[in-house]
Write a new protein. Structure first.
Length: 249
């Protein structure tokens, strides 16, 4: 004979099986809990202002560990390229007045004391270059020898001049001058001649500050002369070598 389970016992078994299945389903829907190690004292005691809360990991709902930025190396400053500043040039142009003294020769073999006064204006034409115009008035003093008296020679000129410093910071410079000049000369007050022609000069000088300089200049004059006594023209030359000083404004 087979044993039969009573009806009440069978109902209890069915209810227990249902409760067990419901518990298993609830356990599967619950998120798994992971073990997180305890934070060291250095992290627990760091400045709250320097704690950075990381964004929660996607799909977990849990935050990542706190990151301490106090020990992070400082970001190196970013160097930005800047436009180069324009080079400043010292403008040395302006008015000038100069005086010169030395020796001159108009009559062949006769040295005469020479002096000259000049004035003009120069413009800055480059980092080390000045160009300008000038007018001058000069004189060669009277000289005598055994037979003749060479009268003084008064002359005037107008022309251009230029200066070239040997570097922006160098006080030493070279100069050139050129133009037209005219004079009247005589011997013993009788043989008078008109001198008319061009001149070209070269020299070197030194600046002593912004407003003063000294120079040595050699000037060669080529001219045409008319002797009234013979009513004839001749092409000749005259030379001067003078030390000068100049004041600039």
């Amino acid at each position: 004979m087979k044993n039969r389970t009573p009806a009440p016992a069978m109902g209890a078994l069915v209810i227990g099986a249902c409760l067990a299945a419901a518990g298993a389903a609830q356990a599967q829907n619950r998120a798994l809990e992971t073990w997180t190690p305890s934070q060291p004292a250095q992290v627990r005691e760091m400045d709250p202002a320097k704690r950075v809360q990381a964004a929660p990991a996607a799909g977990t709902g849990e935050a990542l560990p706190v990151v301490d930025t106090s020990a992070a190396p400082a970001t190196a400053p970013i160097a930005y390229a800047t436009a180069a500043e324009p080079v400043r040039r010292d403008n040395r142009g302006g008015f000038f007045i100069g005086v010169q003294g030395g020796q001159g020769e108009v009559y062949q073999g006769v040295d005469q004391t020479a002096r000259m006064l000049n004035a003009g204006y120069r413009w800055q034409a480059g980092a080390v270059t000045l160009v300008g115009i000038e007018v001058a008035r000069g004189q060669l003093e009277e000289e005598r020898d055994t037979w003749f008296r060479y009268d003084e020679v008064d002359y005037a000129s107008i022309g251009a001049n230029a200066r070239f410093n040997f570097g922006r910071s160098s006080p030493v410079y070279a100069l050139v001058r050129a133009g037209y000049w005219a004079a009247e000369a005589s011997i013993d007050g009788r043989w008078t001649s008109d001198i008319d022609g061009a001149y070209v000069g070269v020299g070197v000088g030194v600046d002593f500050g912004r407003h003063f300089n000294m120079s040595v200049v050699y000037t060669n004059h080529v001219y045409f002369e008319n002797y009234y006594y013979w009513n004839d023209y001749d092409v000749s030359r005259a030379d001067t070598l003078m030390l000068g000083a100049e004041v600039r404004f």
